[in-house]
Design a protein around this ligand. Structure first.
Ligand SMILES: *Cc1c(COP(=O)(O)O)cnc(C)c1O
Length: 380
């Protein structure tokens, strides 16, 4: 027998209420019953996105919503600016290239947040830039970008601001309207406490205007079709009915707690995790911009990072994430996003201690758990 704990930056654990909602008999989607659910879910999404704009739910993972943003806004030959400080920033560039869009890149050192004045400089230097693509939480490095400051820079230009909030939405603050985000995309399996399979996208009037001239090929991800269907409280194709039922359930939980309280809980989990790893003599990978979503930690010299993750998972059932791409083996990532509470963090840190000890890292057993407990006691 083994008990499993999921502390990864997607998928994240599911509340039992959400699991049970998915066990209900399926309903047909072209019915008044489902329309009620779709409406509730969409209203709930607007609350989480903090927007008055339309939010569409796509049957895809988060990357599908990223692709939808690109193909609905732009045309082949357009020029855009991509903030690239990790694997998910790179994904914007790759999608743009697939549609023959010229991606100018701001290469941000992995582990650092982008400097908004750099974006301002690049937009001034090239007024042809039609869109700025950025990431709220760069999940590969744990970095959080200052979207509010970026929004201030982009709003007075012709360019639209597109934010990948796949791993941050519903965990940390993102004010779509107040921060002038024209498109925000997200996915179901991160902060929203759902299984993978849904992508979300919101569009401001500025983004809708640009989309009218877009010539990129699109069919399944056409937001014009989504808008037309939504006018009848409908979707253009068969929606992921079961997941939308679960979404409406999860969003009820979100509304009950309220965003402010949820953001504070995430901050508390992150503060405790950061204090714990420091107490174990480990270093944060992104000390200047560490998000409250996922904590990336440098693997200490002499420790095999991939083996550490594998042992925690395969021997003790505690799944955290390793590093991606150039960070493979060099960092571990402990997520504290979505349906996570104090004692989940304690379990994660406790298991990390156990395996680090076995692997020969020097520290006082219990130091990490103690630091986390002290942080929780302070913030109770
Ligand atoms: C998880 C993640 C993605 C990818 O989403 P999928 O659902 O795997 O397609 C993109 N961007 C960020 C920031 C993410 O955390």
């Amino acid at each position: 027998m083994r008990k499993n704990y999921l502390l990864t930056p997607g998928p994240t654990p599911l509340p039992p209420e959400v699991c049970l909602a998915m066990a209900r008999p399926i309903v047909h989607h072209r019915t008044p019953q489902f329309q009620v659910i779709l409406k509730e879910a969409t209203e709930g999404l607007k609350y989480v996105f903090q927007t008055k704009n339309d939010v569409y739910t796509l049957a895809s993972s988060g990357t599908g919503a990223m692709e939808a943003a690109v193909v609905n806004l732009l045309s082949p030959g357009d020029t855009v600016l991509v903030i690239q400080g990790g694997k998910f920033g790179e994904r914007w560039t790759e999608i743009c290239k697939s549609y023959c869009i010229n991606a100018e890149v701001i290469d941000v050192e992995w582990g650092k947040a982008v400097d908004p004045s750099e974006i301002q400089k690049r937009l001034k230097a090239n007024p042809k830039i039609k869109a700025v693509f950025t990431t709220l939480c760069e999940t590969s490095t744990g970095v959080v970008n200052d979207i509010e400051a970026i929004g201030k820079v982009v709003k007075d230009t012709e360019a639209v601001l597109v934010v990948d909030a796949i791993s941050g939405l519903g965990a940390i603050d993102l004010k779509t309207d107040a921060w002038f985000c024209d498109i925000v995309v997200s996915g179901s399996q991160k902060g929203l406490m759902l299984p993978p399979g849904l992508g979300f996208i919101s569009l401001s009037p500025k983004a809708e205007k640009l989309s009218e001239s877009s010539k990129c090929p699109k069919y399944y991800f056409s937001l014009k079709a989504a808008k037309k269907a939504w006018a009848q409280t409908d979707t253009p194709f068969t929606p992921a009915i079961t997941l939308i039922v679960a979404l409406s359930e999860a969003l009820k939980m979100v509304k009950e707690d309220g965003l402010e309280k949820i953001f504070l809980r995430h901050k508390k989990m992150a503060d405790a995790t950061r204090a714990a790893v420091k107490a174990l003599g480990l270093e944060l990978f992104a000390p200047s911009a560490s998000s409250d979503v996922v904590t990336a930690v440098k693997v200490p010299a002499g420790i095999d990072g991939e083996k550490l993750v594998k042992t925690m998972r395969d021997t003790y059932g505690v799944t955290i994430a390793g590093g991606q791409a150039e960070l493979r083996g060099r960092v571990i990532r402990v997520a504290h996003m979505g349906y996570i509470e104090e004692f989940d963090v304690i379990i994660g840190i406790s298991c990390l201690e156990k395996v680090l000890k076995q692997m020969g890292h020097k520290f006082e057993l219990g130091a990490g758990v103690k630091a986390a407990e002290e942080m929780f006691a302070r913030k109770a």
